[in-house]
Design a protein around this ligand. Structure first.
Ligand code: M6R
Length: 624
């Protein structure tokens, strides 16, 4: 949660920072701010609201607009830090926005994370006479650094290091000090920080998106590491003062992936990218003619996968739903008992982990705090961890023993769409790999499944053909207050996911249920005002789903059904039907997800909701 960005070098910093904030806005968007430092003078701008509001505010400063102001002073702004916030400590407001300054105004800091012991530090500082203008834990850290710098008479990087030794919590911070204008300090525990290495210039950000238009050379800081960028040179050490060699990697992220490409929203662009993102997630990993699956990322640890007596999948939100869907095909094809747990629950229990348990952590961002903490806990208890992440170099991908990336490309819309189907694709490959290595599937069956899988991108294209029908349904139900989504077997996790998509972007209350559970409670909600969406494909649960549809119809409920193309029986029962191409049960998620995502999108669009940045949410949930 929260995005941080920093720059030091030869460019005019304002432009780099504001663009960086726009790229990172998916991480939080309730307030934003920038501090520019040039020749010992700080200019700080902060605003409640989205980055666009901060930008307007700054650019309407007349002669005080930073580039003009500094030109007039004969100065060139060379360094600055900026922040886009998802509030934790202190409501969204100008005063609580970052950067936060220390009492004397000497030190500016931006912070993504939570300082857990900030109250005791604040009390100690108040006794020394420090005053606080905001409600944030970040201002406490700014003053702690100032206090140490003043009393210990040390440089800014050493003051930061000593302060961090007193801090409990998670953070990625960027610090500037007025009296050392050629220095920027970055440090992290728990929250991500990436350094971009340019030609005599450095960029720092929560992810690589603000960096890639300037350089493809990046360094992912590890937990407890800090970097001092000083006079054009970079030094990395730990907060325990051990020097580290910087490991510079080349990022493959491309700038076009970060633009909307003519779509009104990133979410819509990402929905329509799925034939490509599913294809990319499988590319080079399957050979349908030979019936083989090759998974480089887990090759060296494949024995762990094959010896597993139980698979535990840990994830949150949409990634949890991908895990739930995978449970069905893992148990069907590998016969390995598979449990799926909310990471946020797993970590607060005392879970029992056996030696032969394999933990699969699924996370688009690879930074979700609860998933990361659950993975750490499972690792401590001796489990082998496989990660499935979309963001290269992310914390979960680095902490896992082995893993596979989903090659969905950057997902910017807060509502997860292409990452979900890419996760299903990768999980399916993992499942087929186990089943084939254990000889549970013969060559013929492998060839058949992989051939169907190879054709999935085309089937997804066909699922888009229902968009006109979906728009009609969206128009009809745009003012509805409640929705029920029902599915059985492979359709059940998809019902949960469809309901999540609708509620998070349209703010309509939606419940996903296993359709067999309907008669145990939810059916009481059904009346002539209640739309019930069924995932009613012609799969193994078809007859039972038809019966459930009849039960709803008998109670005057309105039925929207996602049906297999050409199925006249389900079509007759439903009030509205949306067709998807036929697939086997295990592949249902790829096609059925499309109408679920598009329905949520079009309803939210008709309701005028902020689709890519729904209220109260953030893309990467790095608080627990
Ligand atoms: O990055 P992750 O996959 O770990 O994120 C988990 C959830 O926060 C995420 O899937 C969330 O539920 C989405 N906004 C749903 O669309």
């Amino acid at each position: 949660m929260c995005g941080i960005v920093g720059y030091i070098g030869k460019r005019e910093a304002y432009a780099v920072l504001i663009k960086g904030l726009e790229r990172l806005e998916y991480r939080g968007y309730d307030s934003a701010g920038i501090a520019l430092l040039d020749k010992g003078v700080f200019s700080v701008y902060k605003k409640k609201g989205k980055v666009a509001e901060l930008k307007n505010f700054i650019e309407q400063q007349g002669k005080k607009f930073p580039p003009l102001l500094y030109k007039e002073r004969g100065q060139e702004v060379r360094s600055g830090i900026a922040h886009t916030r998802w509030a934790t400590h202190g409501a969204p407001s100008d005063k609580n926005a970052h950067p936060q300054l220390s009492n004397s105004g000497e030190i500016a800091i931006v912070h993504n994370g939570i300082i857990e012991n900030y109250l005791s530090i604040k009390e100690m500082l108040m006794k020394k006479g420090y005053k606080f203008k905001s409600d944030t834990d970040t201002e406490v850290l700014a003053n702690l650094i100032e206090d140490i710098k003043k009393n210990a008479k040390v440089s800014i990087d050493e003051a930061v290091r000593l302060a961090l030794l007193e801090v409990v919590g998670a953070y990625a911070i960027l610090v500037l000090s007025k009296d050392e204008p050629d220095t920027i300090v970055v440090a992290k525990i728990g929250s991500p920080a990436v350094i971009g290495v340019g030609d005599n210039e450095f960029f720092v950000a929560s992810d690589a998106t603000p960096i890639i238009e300037y350089t493809d050379k990046v360094i992912y800081l590890e937990d407890r590491e800090m970097a001092m960028i000083k006079g054009g040179a970079l030094v990395i050490k730990t907060i325990d003062n051990e020097t580290r060699n910087p490991y510079i990697q080349k990022t493959k992220m491309k700038i076009e992936e970060l633009e909307k490409g003519g779509f009104p929203h990133f979410m819509l662009k990402e929905i329509f990218e799925q034939p490509r993102s599913i294809g990319d997630s499988m590319r080079g990993r399957i050979n349908a003619n030979e019936g083989t699956v090759k998974l480089g990322g887990i090759e060296k640890d494949k024995e762990k996968l094959l010896d597993a007596k139980r698979i535990i999948i840990l994830a949150c939100g949409t990634s949890f739903h991908a895990g739930l869907e995978a449970k069905y095909f893992f148990e069907e094809l590998t016969k390995v008992p598979t449990v799926v747990e909310y990471a946020s629950e797993f970590r607060y229990r005392n879970p029992v982990i056996y030696e032969n348990d394999l933990v699969i952590a699924i996370s688009q961002s690879g930074e979700t705090a609860d998933t990361l903490a659950a993975v750490k806990l499972a690792k401590e208890k001796g489990a082998t961890i496989f990660g499935i992440c979309n963001v290269v170099g992310s914390s979960i991908s680095r902490i896992a023993h082995a893993g596979l990336y989903t090659h969905a490309g950057p997902e910017i819309g807060v509502a997860s769409t292409k990452a979900f189907t890419a996760q299903i694709a990768v999980l399916m490959l993992m499942c087929l790999f186990i089943a084939s290595e254990k000889k549970l599937l013969n060559k013929k069956k492998m060839i058949a499944i992989l051939t169907e899988l190879e054709n999935i991108p085309k089937k997804v294209e066909q699922a888009f053909l229902a968009e006109a029908a979906i728009k009609k349904v969206a128009k009809k139900f745009k003012n509805t207050e409640n929705f029920i989504y029902l599915g059985r077997g492979y359709g059940f996790p998809l019902a949960l996911e469809g309901a999540l998509k609708l509620k998070e972007i349209s703010y309509i209350h939606a419940e996903g249920y296993a359709s067999g559970e309907m008669k145990h409670g939810p059916i009481a909600l059904v009346d002539d005002n209640m739309p019930v969406l069924f995932i009613a494909n012609k799969g193994s649960s078809y007859e039972k789903i038809i019966s459930n549809m009849m039960e709803v119809k008998a109670r005057n409920g309105t039925i929207i059904a996602i049906i297999t193309k050409g199925d006249t029986r389900a079509k007759k029962i439903a009030d509205y039907s949306i067709e998807i191409p036929e697939t086997s049960d295990i592949m249902l998620a790829f096609t059925a997800s499309i109408p679920l995502q598009l329905l949520a999108y079009h309803i939210a669009s008709l309701r005028g909701c902020g689709i890519d940045k729904p209220r109260n949410l953030a893309k990467s949930v790095t608080v627990e």
